[in-house]
Every structure is written in structure tokens, then in C-alpha cells.
Design a protein around this ligand. Structure first.
Ligand SMILES: NC(=O)c1ccc[n+]([C@@H]2O[C@H](COP(=O)([O-])OP(=O)(O)OC[C@H]3O[C@@H](n4cnc5c(N)ncnc54)[C@H](OP(=O)(O)O)[C@@H]3O)[C@@H](O)[C@H]2O)c1
Length: 229
């Protein structure tokens, strides 16, 4: 299958990319820092394509077009990139809010718009939003995460809206609301917390969900968590 994964340079996205390549998929991987991905490319020279892109920059995304055209079709679009700004509500500036929403929501919207001509219609395709338990309605909330959690909540609603609009094109859209996974992002908020989930475990699950569960879910916002946080 042909997959596009954002936030592939580290954490869950890197682990997902590595697992997808081992499973025999073709991967278009996006991050700003791509050193780790370039090292991986030496092992998978024909099935991994790496792009250093700041997804918050709308025009930068268009550099992906030739690669998408060459691939011809995309089976799964995995919106994994995310930014977390940890500040009390009154300290959050307009720039902080804009950054959270630009990376977590608007980049997702723009990238989906760019990729849609290459997805679905004949074969089934899957768009997976990587949300967070912080954006899951009724979940425990934590101080300092207002801009992050609301942007993830927006992804959950976007999932439900797109699932309706894209059903006729054979494209399913789902949101996985992750609980704690041991990555740099988690350490930013909970520096001494040892989560019961590794990025390798979650990366594997993400790829299995994106590639194998497509027929079973559409428009679903699913909690994927075994702990609080
Ligand atoms: N870890 C957890 O406990 C947890 C819990 C719930 C949800 N999540 C979600 O899971 C996803 C992956 O998180 P993680 O824990 O693996 O975090 P991470 O280790 O901080 O990785 C985040 C990824 O997003 C990319 N990214 C951020 N801003 C970007 C930008 N402007 N342009 C391009 N790429 C950008 C980063 O790449 P560069 O810096 O190289 O650009 C990096 O690859 C996120 O959406 C996060 O919200 C994580």
C-alpha cells in the first residue's frame, strides 16, 4: 500500500514509518527534522521517500504534488504530526494559539485537500487523524493544555464531518485519541511519568489500524488509552 505519514521524524511517527516499511508498504514521510529518516532511507531506498517540510507553511505542502502524482494513488493518509504548547491559559498568546491550530488542524485540512485527488473512488482509502485523549469529550483534562486539547477536539469533529462527505468516494476517516505514549512530547508535560506504552507499540498499532481496519470503521473517534494520563 502507499502511505503518507506526517510527523515521521521521531516519536510515534518514526516508529510507525519503520513498521510500515518492514511490513512492505511504500511510505512518503514528512517532518522538519529528517536525519533519522535519511538513515532509514539507506535501508529502504525504493520504498521510502522523505520530505523536510514545515507543515504549518501552506505553500510548502505543494512540493509533495510530484511525488503524489508519481505514486498515482494513496491508500492511507496518516495525520500524526502534532505540536503541544504547555502553558496556563492566561499565558497563551495569540501566536501560541495560531501555532497549535495551524499545525494540528489547518495543516491537516490542507494536506487532506492536496491528497484527496489521489485517494479512494475505486479502491478503499483511509484518512487517520491522530487525536488525543485530551481532545476526547468527557476525558480527564490537565492544566496547561488548553490550546493543544481544543485543537485535538477539532480533529475529532473534523473526522465526523469528513466521513460523511467522503463516504461516496470510498474514503473512510477515523480519529484515534491516544493516551500516554513515551515520547518527547509526553516528557514535555509529564517529565517523570513512565507511560505503559512505547512509541514502537503505538506506531505498529497505528499502521495496522490505517491499513487493515479500513472496512470496519468510518467517522469514529476512538479512545486508544490504557492509562490516565
Ligand atoms: N506521546 C503521547 O503521549 C501522545 C498522547 C496523545 C496524542 N499524541 C499525538 O501523537 C502524535 C505524535 O506525537 P509524539 O508523541 O510522537 O510527539 P513527538 O515525539 O513530539 O513528535 C511530533 C512529530 O510532529 C512533527 N511536527 C511537529 N510540528 C511540525 C511541523 N510544523 N511541521 C512538520 N512536522 C511537525 C515533529 O517533527 P519535526 O519536529 O521534525 O518537524 C515530530 O515528528 C501527535 O499528534 C500527538 O499530539 C501523543
Amino acid at each position: 500500500m502507499n502511505l503518507l505519514i506526517t510527523g515521521a521524524g521521531k516519536g510515534i511517527g518514526y516508529a510507525a514509518t519503520e513498521y510500515a516499511l518492514r511490513a512492505g508498504h511504500n511510505v512518503i514521510a514528512i517532518s522538519r527534522q529528517i536525519q533519522a529518516l535519511e538513515a532509514l532511507q539507506a535501508q529502504y531506498p525504493t520504498t521510502l521517500q522523505v520530505f523536510s517540510i514545515d507543515i504549518a507553511q501552506a505553500e510548502a505542502l505543494t512540493s509533495l504534488l510530484p511525488c503524489l502524482q508519481q505514486a498515482g494513488k494513496l491508500d492511507a493518509l496518516i495525520h500524526n504530526a502534532g505540536v503541544l504548547i504547555n502553558k496556563p491559559f492566561l499565558d497563551l498568546t495569540d501566536e501560541d494559539w495560531a501555532q497549535s491550530w495551524n499545525v494540528n488542524v489547518m495543516a491537516t485540512v490542507r494536506l487532506t485537500r492536496l491528497c484527496l485527488p489521489f485517494m479512494g473512488v475505486v479502491g478503499k482509502a483511509h484518512i487517520v487523524h491522530v487525536g488525543s485523549m485530551g481532545g476526547f469529550q468527557g476525558s480527564t483534562k490537565f492544566e496547561g493544555l488548553a490550546s493543544y486539547s481544543t485543537s485535538k477536539g477539532a480533529l475529532a469533529t473534523l473526522t465526523e464531518c469528513l466521513a460523511v462527505e467522503l463516504a461516496e468516494k470510498n474514503i473512510h476517516v477515523n480519529c484515534l485519541c491516544l493516551g500516554a505514549v513515551n515520547t518527547q512530547m509526553l516528557q514535555q508535560v509529564f517529565p517523570v511519568y513512565d507511560a505503559p506504552m512505547s512509541s514502537e507499540q503505538m506506531g505498529k498499532y497505528l499502521i495496522q489500524f490505517a491499513t487493515e481496519h479500513t472496512p470496519f470503521y468510518n467517522g469514529k473517534v476512538l479512545p486508544v488509552a490504557v492509562s490516565v494520563p
